[in-house]
Design a protein around this ligand. Structure first.
Ligand code: FES
Ligand code: FES
Length: 154
């Protein structure tokens, strides 16, 4: 099975019905995408498929073969943070951190579609669960990143 991940063509040997999450983590060593619930409830496993936020724990790898898959590993780099990552640091969003790569990927998909989201837009798009209760900081960081991407202060 040929997968297009973070702009690279990757060969995966897993059974085609294997959830994308496990192909990413176990076969391709892209461990930034996390396992939380396995039933599409928590969002820890969120990646992008053709720019849309998708829960990889319930997405068979074969269903996304040939499509553009993006994981947290390509959101930004240490030298060049994505505006969301910079905002996450500025707002000190992460607590234990476990849910945060999924949060960031969901937020990135939101801003790509809705560059200046309202609180209601954020609440509707960010259905990820966080046991540490970082929701108010997530919301603040999304607004901060949106302002930075518009040209305002980060
Ligand atoms: S691990 Fe996929 S939604 Fe929770
Ligand atoms: S930061 Fe701990 S679960 Fe979200």
């Amino acid at each position: 099975m040929q997968l297009n991940i973070n702009g690279q063509s990757r060969e995966a040997q897993a059974d085609p019905s294997t959830p994308l999450l496990w192909v990413l983590r176990d076969e391709l060593n892209l461990t930034g995408t996390k396992f939380g619930c396995g039933v599409a409830a928590c969002g820890a496993c969120t990646v992008h498929v053709n720019g849309q936020a998708v829960r990889s724990c319930v997405t068979p790898a074969s269903a996304v073969a040939g499509q553009k898959i993006t994981t947290i590993e390509s959101l930004g780099t240490a030298d060049q943070l994505h505006p969301l990552q910079a905002a996450w640091i500025a707002e000190q969003v992460p607590q234990c951190g476990y849910c945060q790569s999924g949060m960031l990927m969901a937020a990135a998909a939101l801003l790509a579609k809705t560059p200046q989201p309202s609180d209601a837009d954020i609440d509707a798009a960010m259905t990820n669960l966080c046991r540490c209760g970082t929701y108010p900081r997530v919301r603040a960081a999304i607004h901060r990143a949106a302002a930075a991407m518009k040209g305002g202060a980060a």
